[in-house]
Every structure is written in structure tokens, then in C-alpha cells.
Design a protein around this ligand. Structure first.
Ligand SMILES: Nc1ncnc2c1ncn2[C@@H]1O[C@H](COP(=O)(O)OP(=O)(O)OP(=O)(O)O)[C@@H](O)[C@H]1O
Length: 264
């Protein structure tokens, strides 16, 4: 059985159709990279996987069951904009994921449970290379370090699925490469299934095992919101060599990607 399976999945906001006709199977361990024009519904798709947005029509199954309608410990997420808590230290930011789960009413755990959470959080923080910044606060960290922290937070509960929404979009190229190596290492070591939105086709090919292009196949000039985007290309990335004309084909459909000229 596939980890995730979608059949004729649609997402609407009122009369605005954002996504339509999504059909796919994703197996555990895949690394799916998502590209598509701005506003075509990529983030909405990740939110459906996360459980903060619902499916409007069709179905989405996780382990053969309808996907839970709320976030759970099996799915972690990292957004482009730093999503860490500014008033908590690095350690506090990672511990909070477990504290919120263990003690929904108090938002705090005590004694042995707290010590366990602390040890686990320190392990996660070391995994992302922030072991020397445990007591620092987010404003004392660089952009790259803040994203490392967001990744540690997302991985605190050892999710099976990691959702990345342009996590490196705001970072300088050198830092970006370090972050790409980090994600590749974590994906392998923790046997994660990853969905990552990127505007950088080179990044999509360097990291992913499968590329999805989101685009509309139907247009009504009188009613631009009548039709949604779907997966128009579903390409395995095995030999790390994109089809030569892919950037041009995407550009022709208004899907701008970065770094096309430097594709491998
Ligand atoms: N909660 C909401 N209510 C109504 N419309 C929404 C809501 N969330 C998103 N939309 C609309 O859905 C469409 C898709 O938005 P989404 O953020 O998923 O696109 P995207 O592909 O991730 O864009 P970008 O690449 O710019 O981040 C947009 O037209 C947006 O305005």
C-alpha cells in the first residue's frame, strides 16, 4: 500500500477552484519537489497534507485511511519565513513541540517527562548543527541558523513526512547549499518522505527523487477562478539530469524558475 494516495482530489475556496484532478501514489522514502507558478496552489496542497486545510472533493489517503483533518506528530513542516517563537530559546523552541502534545492544558510538562523532552530536543538540535546555540534566542541567529532551528522543531516528534515550503528561499546561495546538504542527510538518515516547494529548478533536481509541476490545464478567460491547477508533469529524477527543454517548456507556460542557466 502506498504511503499517500490521492484520487480526483480538489480544493476550493468558495467558488475559487485552486486544485483539481490530483491523482497520485507516493511511496515512503520518496522526495517530491514541487514547482509551479506563483499562486497556483502549492502551499495549499502542503497544508492539506499537514491537515490544516481540508479536501473539498475526491480523496486523500495516508496508509490507506482518510488523511487526518488536523496536524499530527507524523507530519512536520518548515515554512520560508522563520516560523520559530521569538520569545523562546533554541532549546525552548524545540522542546515546545513535545510539551504542547504532552500537556495540552498546561502547555508545560514536569519532572522526568520534561527531562526526557530536554534530552530529545538537544539531540534534534545537534542533528541540525546548532548544538552550540542552545541558549540563544532567534534574533541572535542568522537566517540559515533560524531555518536549522525550524527544521529541528519540525523533526522533534520524529515525523515520517516532512513538508518544506520554500525553506531556503530567503537564504544566500552559499548558506542554501549547506541547507540542501543538511536536508539530504536528514532525509537519508531518518528515512523521511519529503515534499518540498521550490522556485529553483536546479534545487528541485539536485534534491528530489521526483518532480511535480503544478499548472492549470483548463482556462476560462471570463472566469479565471473556475479551474484549478493539477500535476502536469510527474517526472522521476533518477539520473539527476532534467530533460533539456524542461526549463523552456515551463517558461513558455509562465512558470518561472530560478537558476535555469546553471542546470547540471
Ligand atoms: N484561506 C484561503 N482562503 C481563500 N483563498 C485562499 C486561501 N489560501 C489560499 N488561497 C488562494 O489559493 C490560491 C493558491 O494559493 P497558494 O498559497 O496555495 O499558492 P502557491 O502556489 O503556494 O503560491 P506561491 O508560490 O506564491 O507561494 C491563491 O489564489 C490564494 O489566494
Amino acid at each position: 500500500m502506498s504511503l499517500l494516495q490521492a484520487k480526483r482530489l480538489e480544493k476550493h475556496y468558495g467558488r475559487h477552484v485552486v486544485l483539481e484532478g490530483l491523482d497520485f501514489n507516493v511511496e515512503a522514502g520518496e522526495f517530491v519537489t514541487l514547482v509551479g507558478a506563483s499562486g497556483c496552489g502549492k502551499t495549499t496542497f502542503l497544508k492539506i497534507l499537514l491537515g490544516t486545510e481540508s479536501v473539498s472533493r475526491g480523496e486523500l489517503r495516508l496508509d490507506g485511511q482518510p488523511i487526518p483533518g488536523e496536524p499530527g506528530p507524523d507530519r512536520g513542516v518548515v515554512f520560508q519565513k522563520y516560523s520559530v517563537f521569538p520569545h523562546l530559546s533554541v532549546l525552548g523552541n524545540v522542546m515546545i513541540a513535545e510539551e504542547l502534545r504532552d500537556s495540552k492544558l498546561l502547555g508545560k510538562s514536569f519532572g522526568a517527562a520534561r527531562r526526557r523532552a530536554r534530552d530529545k530536543a538537544i539531540t534534534r538540535i545537534e542533528e541540525v548543527g546548532l548544538g552550540r546555540a542552545l541558549k540563544k534566542y532567534p534574533h541572535e541567529l542568522s537566517g540559515g541558523m533560524q531555518q536549522r532551528l525550524a527544521i529541528a522543531q519540525a523533526l522533534m516528534m520524529r515525523p515520517r513526512i516532512l513538508l518544506l515550503d520554500e525553506p531556503f528561499g530567503a537564504l544566500d546561495p552559499g548558506i542554501r547549499q549547506d541547507m540542501q546538504s543538511l536536508i539530504t542527510r536528514l532525509w537519508r538518515e531518518q528515512q523521511l518522505t519529503i515534499f518540498m516547494i521550490t522556485h529553483d529548478l536546479k534545487e528541485a533536481f539536485a534534491l528530489g527523487t521526483r518532480l511535480w509541476v503544478f499548472d492549470k490545464t483548463r482556462h476560462d478567460p471570463q472566469a479565471p477562478e473556475a479551474f484549478g491547477a493539477t500535476i502536469t508533469y510527474d517526472l522521476p529524477i533518477s539520473e539527476r539530469q532534467p530533460p533539456e527543454d524542461l526549463p523552456a517548456r515551463l517558461a513558455a507556460r509562465g512558470i518561472q524558475t530560478l537558476a535555469q542557466e546553471t542546470l547540471p
